[in-house]
Design a protein around this ligand. Structure first.
Ligand code: SF4
Length: 325
């Protein structure tokens, strides 16, 4: 057992947060001592979350035709991908039917995700009414991902019953401008702060495998810790034909586990949700994510790529002695 990793883990279990120098040292040790890192990440997960795993299911309320140019995204209208350049918007009945199906399958958290920089005032009114219906008729918590939202509108969403708002940083401030040019990193920080100010849970994380360095990964984790988000979605690039990152190298499964475990050490009490790219990149090692410190999964299909069935994920959690909440 590596003594330094053990010492850091025991300090975290006693309530200390690692500083940048500690994290850099941990990162240097992490590849050569991956088994030790995973062992302790699992201990930190168990101490803070027990056997509970959050399961979310999302539906693309609006798909494609996005005005933004995120280099990893199939929905950007800048790139010729399999996703239609005309946005496809689901109507109320389609969204209600998807929420009902998620509930029947035992998924407690339902998210509505919109492509695009922001939603129009009329669309926001419709989504607020839908949130109330899902809450009243199905008793489900609703999460939203709507792009940039003002402080005032974030308050309205919170009052309607949106329990968590998703808005990712995607990567570090330094790397952001290398993968997105149509909006700024600060815009993303502002929307995250608006969600937090409205008293909602905020789900904010990013994507790995987009040319970032280890320092970029650590910077993003520390920024998320500074902001105080309660859930960090971790996406691992699924290269999309037609995007600038179509030929990016796929991340090896053990490298993904290492990054999840490193985040568990940096963010000991924050939910870590392994989301996009889980199936493609982790293959047979999917169930190891919990041993690396993951406490949440996105189940069912992702926005533009196929995921795994909810039934298979529920079975995986049962087999591991974990409970979906
Ligand atoms: S990540 Fe979001 S903002 Fe960026 S192109 Fe895709 S849908 Fe648009």
């Amino acid at each position: 057992m590596n003594q330094q990793i053990e010492q850091y883990a025991k300090q975290i279990l006693a309530g200390r947060l690692l500083d940048r120098a500690d994290i850099d040292q941990l990162s240097e040790l992490s590849t050569a001592h991956l088994d030790d890192l995973l062992y302790w990440a699992n201990e930190i997960r168990k101490a803070n979350f027990g056997n509970k795993v959050k399961m979310c299911s999302i539906i693309p309320g609006r798909m494609g035709g996005c005005s933004e140019d995120c280099a990893f995204c199939a929905q950007s209208s800048y790139y010729d991908t399999a996703v239609d350049k005309t946005p496809q918007v689901l109507d109320d009945d389609q969204i209600m039917a998807a929420a009902k199906e998620a509930k029947q399958k035992g998924v407690p958290n339902f998210g509505i995700v919109y492509s695009g920089k922001k939603v129009s005032p009329d669309e926001l009114d419709r989504l607020i009414a839908l949130t109330r219906r899902i809450k009243d008729e199905l008793g489900m918590g609703v999460c939203m991902s709507l792009g940039v939202v003002s402080d005032e509108n974030m308050q309205r969403l919170a009052e309607a019953g949106v329990v968590r708002f998703n808005h990712n940083l995607e990567t570090s401030e330094r790397h952001f401008s290398e993968v997105v040019s149509t909006h700024k990193y600060e815009d993303r920080v502002k929307t995250i702060e608006a969600g937090l100010a409205a008293g909602m849970g905020v789900c904010a994380g990013g994507i790995f495998g987009i040319g970032e360095t280890e320092a970029d990964r650590i910077d993003m984790a520390l920024e998320l810790r500074r902001l105080g988000v309660d859930m960090v979605p971790m996406n691992f690039l699924h290269p999309i034909e037609g995007t600038p990152l179509a030929n990016a190298e796929k991340m090896p499964p053990r490298e993904i586990l290492r990054i999840v475990a490193l985040y568990r050490f940096i963010l000991p009490k924050t939910h870590l949700k392994v989301a996009g790219g889980r199936v493609l990149n982790l293959r047979d090692l999917q169930s190891w994510i919990f041993y690396a410190g993951c406490t949440a999964i996105l189940s069912g299909n992702y926005l533009t790529t196929a995921g795994r069935s909810v039934e298979d994920d529920v079975q995986m959690l049962n087999d591991l002695g974990l409970e979906a909440v």
